[in-house]
Structure formats: structure tokens, C-alpha cells
Design a protein around this ligand. Structure first.
Ligand code: HEC
Length: 143
């Protein structure tokens, strides 16, 4: 009888203890969530074509297209406007010379980058078509 009551007492203690541990770990989990929420990065990078974060949408609206002039002004003019690092300069015969390579070659070089020309002219969100329009806009400027 006495043994039984001690057992009861012990199991009651265990139940209490276990309850406390459970309560603590649940509490810890919510605390962790809060901490993760607080320290998560302000922004995240979404690569074109990654549809888990809207990248596909960006790519599809991208191909619908900004004009060559828009893309040029936003992404290419910084270098091509003044000929920084010997970039073929807008509105000059530089582009007549380059266009001799053919638009497909120029496009490939614009996509992959060439020498000091960075891949996609740093416009990660530009579709191939938009890059092509921007190149045509620069080629036209030479005429
Ligand atoms: C950081 C400066 C910079 C930016 C920004 C830039 N370019 Fe260039 N680009 C260059 C330089 C430098 C060259 C010359 C590379 C060479 O032939 O050595 C060049 C060359 C080119 C060529 C000629 C490639 C060839 O085969 O002769 C094309 C086409 C081109 N750029 C397209 C673009 C387009 C389109 C953009 C905007 C989306 C852009 N660039 C943005 C620096 C830049």
C-alpha cells in the first residue's frame, strides 16, 4: 500500500515533469520561429525561370517585352552611352563595325559577356529578346 502510493507519487511527478518538458519545448519552438522570423533576410533573390518565387512570371512578362530603347537606357547606357571601358559607343560608327559580326553573334556575346562586357550587360531580368532589341537599338543609332 505504501509502495503503491510512492509509485503514484512518482508517476504523478513524472507526468508533471514530462508536461513541463513538453511545455518548454513547445515554447522553445515558438521562440525559434519568432527568432527566425526576426532574423530572416530583408529580401531574397529570385532567379528568372525559378517559378517557386515568381521568376517564371518575370521571364514571361519579360519576353512580352520592354522596348530596346527602355532596356538600353536602363541597363546599357551607363557603359555604351559614353564608351566606358571601350564599350562600343551609342550613335557612333563603333556599332557599324560591330554589326558586321551579325546580330546572333552580338546577342550571344551580350548574353554570355565578352571581355569587359558583363553577362547580360548586368540586366539579369532582361529576356534574350529584350537584349536583342537593345542591341538593335544601339546598331540603329549608328546609322
Ligand atoms: C559595365 C559596362 C557595360 C554595360 C552595363 C553593358 N555593356 Fe555591352 N559592352 C561593354 C564593353 C566594355 C564592351 C566591349 C567588349 C569587347 O569587345 O571587348 C561591350 C560590348 C557589347 C557588345 C558587342 C559584343 C561583340 O561581340 O562585339 C554588345 C552586343 C553589347 N555590349 C550589348 C550590351 C547590352 C545589350 C547591354 C545592356 C543590356 C550592355 N551591353 C551593357 C560594357 C558594358
Amino acid at each position: 500500500m505504501r509502495v503503491l502510493s510512492v509509485n503514484k507519487f512518482v508517476s504523478a511527478l513524472c507526468a508533471l515533469g514530462l508536461g513541463a518538458v513538453l511545455a518548454t519545448s513547445v515554447q522553445a519552438a515558438t521562440d525559434n520561429d519568432k527568432i527566425i522570423e526576426r532574423i530572416k533576410p530583408v529580401g531574397s533573390v529570385c532567379v528568372v525561370g525559378d517559378d517557386s518565387c515568381g521568376g517564371a512570371a518575370a521571364a514571361s512578362t519579360g519576353s512580352a517585352g520592354r522596348s530596346g530603347e527602355d532596356v538600353y537606357t536602363t541597363s546599357c547606357a551607363a557603359c555604351h552611352g559614353t564608351g566606358v571601358l571601350d564599350a562600343p559607343k551609342f550613335g557612333t560608327s563603333d556599332w557599324t563595325d560591330r554589326s558586321a559580326k551579325g546580330i546572333e553573334t552580338l546577342l550571344t556575346h551580350a548574353i554570355d559577356g565578352i571581355n569587359a562586357m558583363p553577362p547580360r550587360g548586368t540586366c539579369a531580368s532582361c529576356s534574350d529578346d529584350e537584349l536583342k532589341s537593345a542591341i538593335e537599338h544601339m546598331i540603329d543609332s549608328a546609322k
